[in-house]
Design a protein around this ligand. Structure first.
Ligand code: NAP
Length: 408
């Protein structure tokens, strides 16, 4: 069955009339389609496609899983499956695609071939693909075959948001970092004794577990690993099994911890210092943890670790996750020191904050984003709130950094 949105086939007079708004209308539908692949398609991008002719939706599709067919081929197949061999084809239609169609053989054949074969008249893309094997070549191939290709300018904002994690990995060799914490109304994420169970309510925790199930890795600081003894698994399930990572310069993670005891069932990476105790490293490996030593982390001085010209250890870790695990989305779950270190290095792309109706108080109670922080409010990173939810008694706020995409 074609994947169709309920509001897509509104009567034609309820749809916008100017060309730009018409494109935006159908591209929004393509974005909604693309989002359905979240968590299942990475490290590929989420892509959606809708086929439209004479203001009518013919069919739509999305890239549903890594290694599976791409959105354009799915939309064309969906059209064929309802109309049959003698029914209407995509000939003369416009294909709205959230990303420039691919033109190379990867896990699947090029989408440009499918669109050319289907004789679509026009392809409208939300944005061109920064992937080195595409980068405008898909557009060139379609144009060479006589198809009109329009790349939206500025790029369609909905698609830019959708593609931000893919864009970051491809253009910066860094994953998209989501910082998550639960806090009281007075902004504390633990009491002065380090107790944080539970600040947020059960509905918030279920919600947070769903996020875990769509990311590639979850990172915590060594103190959180020690005080909270978390499991860091996605108890609600989800399309991915995240790698669990502890930033732990002294390789101090206990072999009795929940993380170490479950390391053979679900992977755990201990990110430690070049001069960490070899005995500790051996012990952790013996209980199934993966241990990686960072050249810019010093077990005797975490703050002054990176040497001259050396990449910061957190950047090193994030690049390692991209290179070894093809990580696109990484979730940092605290505590305050680790979140603060990521914040100071401008490595956070998105924040997920659960605010609970509690007061904790205390000068020495942990707050999110410790570290140096901003000198002036006006210098803080520009954030945009993209979601607000009420979860039981709590309020969830999701905000993301505005992204540097050419033309936006
Ligand atoms: N409410 C929430 O959402 C939430 C979430 C998580 C934690 N918490 C609470 O937060 C508290 C722990 O937070 P915390 O701020 O004390 O500790 P943390 O951030 O969990 O861990 C800090 C430790 O991580 C290690 N580390 C290694 N490299 C680092 C780097 N570049 N930057 C920063 N840290 C680095 C250091 O330990 P080594 O020297 O050993 O390497 C450092 O002492 C606990 O009470 C926990 O319950 C609350």
């Amino acid at each position: 069955m074609p994947q169709e949105s309920e509001n897509a086939n509104q009567p034609i007079d309820a749809q916008p009339h100017d060309a730009q708004s018409i494109d935006a209308h159908w591209m929004e539908l393509a974005c909604q389609q693309a989002r359905l692949g979240e968590g299942s398609v990475e490290p590929n991008p989420m892509v959606g496609c809708v086929l439209v002719r004479d203001g009518q939706l013919l069919a739509s599709g999305f890239h549903a899983r890594y290694g599976g067919p791409h959105a354009e081929r799915v939309a064309l197949a969906n059209l064929a499956s309802v109309t049959g061999p003698t029914g209407q084809t995509a000939r003369g239609a416009t294909a709205y695609v959230t990303l420039e169609p691919c033109c190379h053989y990867g896990q699947t054949p090029p989408c440009t071939d499918a669109l050319i074969e289907a004789q679509v008249a026009r392809v409208c893309c939300a944005i061109s693909d920064p992937f080195p094997q595409v980068q405008g070549k898909g557009i060139d191939q379609l144009r060479a075959a006589g198809i009109q290709v329009d790349v939206m300018s500025p790029p369609y904002a909905g698609a830019v948001e959708l593609l931000a994690p893919y864009w970051k990995r491809v253009t910066e060799r860094l994953p998209y970092v989501i910082a998550k914490w639960a806090m009281s109304l007075d902004g504390k994420m633990a009491t002065r004794t380090g107790d944080s169970r539970w600040i947020s309510g059960p509905e918030s925790r279920v919600h947070a577990h769903r996020t875990r199930g769509r990311v590639d890795a979850i990172i915590v600081g060594s103190r959180t690993a020690r005080l909270d003894d978390p499991l860091l698994t996605a108890r609600q399930g989800g399309p991915r099994t995240p790698l669990r990572v502890v930033v732990d310069s002294q390789a101090s993670l206990s072999c009795e911890s929940q993380l170490a005891r479950t390391a053979r069932e679900s992977p755990v990476l201990v990110w430690t210092a070049a001069n960490a105790d070899p005995g500790r490293i051996e012990a952790l490996r013996a209980c199934g943890c993966r241990v990686q030593q960072s050249t810019s982390l010093d077990s005797t001085n975490v703050e002054a670790a990176a040497g001259v010209g050396e990449e910061d250890t957190l950047v090193q870790l994030l690049r390692y996750l991209v290179d070894e695990y093809r990580a696109t989305n990484v979730l940092c779950e605290g505590g305050g020191q680790l979140l603060g270190a990521l914040f100071d290095r401008q490595l956070i792309d998105e924040v997920h904050v659960y605010v609970a109706p509690k007061l904790i108080g205390g000068q020495s109670a942990t707050v999110p984003c410790l570290g140096l922080g901003m000198e002036l409010v006006a210098l803080g990173p520009p954030l945009k709130v993209i979601e607000r939810l009420t979860l039981g008694e709590d309020t969830f706020v999701r905000a993301r950094r505005r992204h540097d995409v050419p033309g936006l």
